[in-house]
Design a protein around this ligand. Structure first.
Ligand SMILES: Cc1ncc(C[n+]2csc(CCOP(=O)(O)OP(=O)(O)O)c2C)c(N)n1
Length: 676
């Protein structure tokens, strides 16, 4: 415990003493804020304070006056429970919004210092973290976006690092495996992971549950990896220097003591996640030589930290100069992409062209193929779109003809082979979106949404524009059987707030849903698409985006409707056929296509009511479970769909077997009508 020796009196001039006092300021703020809040995690900030101090005071390139500076280094606190570490740092380096009062309001309603870091609340926080493993996986996407944009716009304008502070928990999570493998494969040498190697988690010593040699594990994935003393500032600085010069990503295992400085709790899980208590804090102050009152930072320490905050001013000015010296079009394009603003007229033009072509020559193809057809035009119009697939490229149809594969030799390419790594892919997409300058879209089977879910949930929470193409969206995929046939997935995705789940019915709806997904700058989208062919139901060249309301009448009753049939995706065509059968029986039915529940349920009440209508019988048709449909058809509505897992057979047989046919829909409507 070298920091123990430090005190103002010891040797205020020596760099080591200055480092210790700066790090101790972080420790003190962390233990005092957790104490005041009566909850939180002091152990990690106290243990990792030396690592963070070296990083922020000597290496990290940032401008507290402009947290969004495009070429800043990104810092991801993957172990989000240690949030007081980043709040202390942001306050100390001079992020104006993160005042000492905000530190005192740690974990209180409306504060800038919530329990876990939230990028949409606190300036300087790059991504929401808390679910372990997500941060490091998100950082991989940030590092990918950095390399991609550097390749496209040049290193004069994009040239920064992504630093991650990761804990034992982050590295035990399975997602870390996917992410470090991808980063190693792509040789993301601007990615530097500082592993807070304290050997402690909640249950106690790591030895209870883990014996992985993390250095060997990262090395096996193609990283530089080394072990250092995480309380030795010179060793930390030297390791970061080496990392910056590397041609591969780097992991530095920094051996630390959790709760460093706490007299009885240091090195123990008791310092991990609860206030230390008054006695322990008193002892820690003595051990660290920190005599200040809670939340007091002595002038010399604050001055040193504020100077660290101004360290990148020159780099910032030079970058501004280089940006100004760029050719005007390149500069405008770079700034547009980083702002997240779409090339609106190019996008509108592309969608119009797709719809005109479909009106002229309708396509009875699978919606996954319609999506590929749309993407050919969309990706040309929107150059920030970067596609990908988790090893299902030929099935997801997310690669357009002109897209080359991203590799260590070609970061400027626009298609990512994520490998069989759905979770790592979804988190990397979050990182790309958070970095800005890229709109990531990617593919897997809808049933594997479960493998992506924690990252999709975070995208929704953060309000990030990532677009998941999820094909093979029902029993309609056929022979692969129930392991591959999603049944509950639409409902479970619709349960995530701030996520648009699109299930387009034909090629025209696909183009419209793609447009809506791209335009939703503050939420992620899922496009659920079919494997099987579907008829193109929309033959007219509508200029309006009819899917924008979430639902619309695709086939009117031609009089007062006795039955309203609501359906999504592949079942809309079934509903339209059922409508004909009903008409033959003298029953007027209307068919409403519901490509997006969320947009329908968010629309103004009058519009929603009129779309749902007042036909005495309401029928919902979707080859999935009923959950969620009652919001449209009511609890008395008739639902034709799935109530069990699927089965393995040709898809037409499955639709018959499970009773999702025009005849069954008509029958269900008639029997309810008769019963009324
Ligand atoms: C996915 C996930 N599972 C569980 C948790 C609850 N949790 C918070 S911290 C932690 C482990 C703490 O160990 P470590 O990561 O080594 O952090 P340290 O004890 O060093 O602060 C756990 C299980 C979580 N945040 N995320």
């Amino acid at each position: 415990m070298t920091a123990k020796l430090s005190s103002a009196a010891a040797s205020a001039q020596s760099p080591r003493a200055e480092h210790d006092r700066m790090a101790n300021a972080v420790r003190a703020l962390a233990m005092d804020a957790v104490e005041l809040a009566k909850s939180g995690h002091p152990g990690l900030p106290m243990g990792a304070a030396d690592i963070a101090t070296v990083l922020f005071a000597q290496f990290l390139k940032f401008d507290p006056a402009d947290p969004q500076w495009a070429d800043r280094d990104r810092f991801v606190l993957s172990a989000g429970h240690g949030s007081m570490l980043i709040y202390a740092l942001l306050h100390l380096v001079g992020y104006e919004a993160v005042t000492i009062d905000e530190i005192k309001r740690f974990r209180q309603i409306g504060s800038l210092t919530p329990g876990h870091p939230e990028n949409f609340i606190t300036p300087g926080v790059e991504t929401t973290t808390g679910p372990l493993g997500q941060g490091i996986a998100t950082a991989v996407g940030m590092a990918m976006a950095e390399r991609h944009l550097a390749a496209q716009f040049g290193k004069d304008i994009v040239d920064h690092h992504t630093y991650v502070l990761a804990s034992d928990g982050d590295l035990m999570e399975g997602i870390s495996h996917e992410s470090i493998a991808l980063a190693g494969h792509l040789k993301l040498n601007r990615l530097i992971v500082l592993f807070d190697d304290n050997g402690i988690s909640i249950d106690g010593p790591l030895s209870l549950a883990d014996s992985v040699d993390q250095v060997k594990r990262f090395a096996a994935a193609g990283w530089n990896a080394s072990r250092i003393d995480g309380h030795d500032p010179a060793a930390i600085a030297a390791a970061i220097e080496r990392a910056k010069a590397s041609d591969r990503p780097t992991m530095i295992a920094c051996k630390t003591t959790i709760g460093f400085g706490a007299p009885t709790k240091a090195g123990k899980s008791s310092s991990h996640g609860s206030p230390l208590g008054a006695e322990e804090i008193k002892g820690a102050r003595e051990a660290l030589g920190w005599s200040e009152a809670p939340f007091q930072i002595p002038t010399d320490v604050l001055t040193a930290w504020r100077a660290a905050g101004q360290r990148s001013k020159n780099a910032r000015r030079e970058w501004d100069r280089r940006l100004a010296a760029m050719p005007a079009d390149g500069r405008a394009e770079f700034l547009r992409r980083m702002s997240g603003e779409l090339p609106a007229s190019a996008l509108d033009g592309a969608v119009r062209k797709i719809k005109d072509q479909l009106a002229a020559a309708p396509k009875d193809i699978a919606t996954r193929s319609s999506s590929e057809y749309a993407l050919e035009a969309l990706c040309e119009a929107v150059p920030e779109m970067v596609g990908g697939s988790a090893d299902l490229t030929g099935s997801n149809n997310t690669r357009t003809k002109s897209m080359k594969a991203v590799s260590a030799a070609d970061y400027g390419a626009r298609f990512v082979h994520y490998g069989v790594r759905e979770h790592g892919m979804a988190a990397a997409m979050n990182g790309m979106a958070l970095h800005r300058g890229v709109i990531p879209f990617s593919g897997t089977f809808l049933v594997f949404a479960d493998y992506c879910r924690p990252a999709i949930r975070l995208a929704a929470l953060m309000g990030e524009r990532v677009i998941h193409v999820m094909t093979h969206d029902s029993i309609g995929l056929g022979e692969d059987g129930p392991t591959h046939q999603p049944v509950e997935h639409l409902a479970s995705l619709r349960a995530i707030p701030n996520l648009n789940v699109f299930r387009p019915a034909d090629a025209v709806e696909v183009a419209e849903c793609w447009q809506l997904a791209l335009q939703a700058a503050d939420r992620p989208s899922v496009l659920a698409l079919t494997r099987q062919n579907l008829p193109q139901l929309r033959k007219a060249a509508d200029s309006a985006n009819r899917c924008a309301a979430g639902a619309y009448e695709i086939s009117p009753a031609g009089g007062k409707a006795q039955v309203s049939i609501f359906a999504s995706g592949s079942e809309v065509a079934i509903a339209v056929d059922a409508q004909k059968l009903l008409r033959d029986k003298g029953v007027a039915a209307r068919v409403v296509s519901v490509p997006c529940f969320e947009l329908l349920l968010e629309s103004p009440e009058a519009a929603r009511r009129s779309m749902i209508g007042d036909a005495p019988v309401k029928v919902g048709v979707e080859a999935a479970i009923r959950m969620g449909w009652d919001a449209i058809i009511g609890s008395e509505g008739v639902f034709v769909g799935m109530s069990s897992f699927g089965a393995s057979a040709p898809y037409k047989d499955l639709y018959k077997h499970f009773g999702i046919t025009p005849e069954k829909v008509a029958e269900a409507a008639l029997s309810r009508l008769g019963g009324n």
